[in-house]
Write a protein that binds this ligand. Structure first.
Ligand code: NAD
Length: 333
């Protein structure tokens, strides 16, 4: 199945198909006279990068240590140095084979090396398949601040192969399901109902497709997050606050988003959302240090002098934007 992302000159296709990674050469359509650097991390089974590499006559692989801690200037510099050593030019390309960390790293290197070379993405975690691989956001972290240095750089193509999820840990799978559930709550009632019936893992192909269609609608209307795209932050404002308040890695990003969504639901739907989270195996309560969460919320990089644009849902499949101060958010938690 091909899902086109219509962004004028920056349009691209998402290919969603089981087994598609084995046809990467054909599907990406990169001519054999171009060189490709495949960027992956040490936790992604090596066979995926090897499979993609075999599709190209001039391919090279760069592997960095897995984990968010690698999403920094050092790794970015190493990728750029590798591109320089290999004398890559603007006619060559970078392909990410990995989760959101790999996609963000490789995408940012591609966005900036020689002022931008072509970028292709083959996401291998559920989170990256339903969310981070499309929309063109690329970034690295600086100090404790996530994604503070980055660029919008749309991929030329994205290949999503649900077969690669077979090697992913159950916890990382659920982590990705949180972002898909988010998409359902704000914009797709039928997607939400799959979660409500506890069928998300069984119907994973449909969950991926529906989540992608939500993200497609949003990014096509607002590529650079000046308006509608903020809706994708549903659950993220408080989620990021929780994430920043606990020891690094104690909860995964999606787990924090799951917790962050609950206070942003109206009483009319809160019980349904909690029940869907429980059926998905995501956390619905956590012991937090309120002072630390408050401190983190007040440093939210998306807030301005008046507070933050929070996303609220009173009815499944709908959302509203509300400007809220840190104190108002804290009252909801
Ligand atoms: N650009 C965006 O729009 C956007 C959106 C959401 C999140 N993000 C970013 O995404 C990152 C999180 O992504 P993530 O959850 O994919 O984390 P991740 O990339 O760290 O992947 C999680 C773990 O799974 C391993 N892995 C990857 N694919 C695997 C597979 N098929 N089988 C077995 N193991 C596999 C990785 O090595 C890693 O250890 C964060 O840095 C976040 O900021 C970006």
């Amino acid at each position: 199945m091909i899902i086109p992302i219509n962004l004028g000159e920056k349009s691209y296709d998402i290919i969603l198909e089981r087994g598609a990674i084995k046809k990467a050469g054909e599907y990406l359509g990169i001519s054999q006279d171009r060189r490709v650097l495949i960027v992956t991390d040490s936790g992604v089974p090596g066979e995926y990068a090897d499979t993609v590499g075999r599709s190209f006559e001039n391919s090279f692989v760069f592997t960095f240590p897995q984990g968010e801690a690698s999403k920094n200037f050092d790794t970015y510099r190493q990728i750029c140095e590798r591109l320089m050593e290999l004398s890559f030019t603007r006619k060559d390309a970078v392909i990410a084979v990995g989760g959101g960390v790999t996609g963000d790293m490789a995408g940012f290197a591609a966005a900036t090396y020689m002022r931008g070379i072509d970028f292709y993405n083959i996401p291998t975690t559920l989170l990256s398949q339903v969310d981070s691989s499309i929309g063109g956001k690329t970034a690295i972290d600086l100090g404790k601040i996530k994604n503070i240095i980055g660029a919008f750089h749309q991929p030329k193509k994205v290949i999503i192969d649900p077969d690669v999820l077979s090697t992913l840990s159950e916890r990382h799978l659920k982590n990705g399901l949180a972002e898909a559930l988010k998409a359902g709550i704000i914009m797709d009632t039928e997607l939400f109902e799959i979660f409500e019936r506890g069928e998300a893992e069984k119907k994973i192909d449909e969950v991926i497709e529906r989540s992608l269609r939500v993200k497609k609608r949003v990014v096509e209307e607002d590529e650079k997050e000046t308006g509608l795209r903020k809706v994708l932050n549903f659950g993220h404002t408080i989620g990021h606050g929780i994430e920043a308040s606990i020891p690094f890695g104690e909860l995964y990003h999606g787990e924090c988003v799951a917790l962050g969504m609950i206070p942003m639901c109206g009483e009319e739907i809160k019980d349904r959302v909690i029940s869907a989270l429980v059926k998905t195996g995501l956390p619905v309560s956590y012991s937090i240090d309120r002072e630390r969460v408050k401190e983190a919320l007040s440093h939210d990089k998306k807030s301005d002098i008046k507070g933050v644009t929070a996303v609220f849902s009173r009815e499944i499949g709908t959302f509203e934007f509300i400007n809220m101060t840190t104190d108002e958010l804290m009252k909801l938690i």
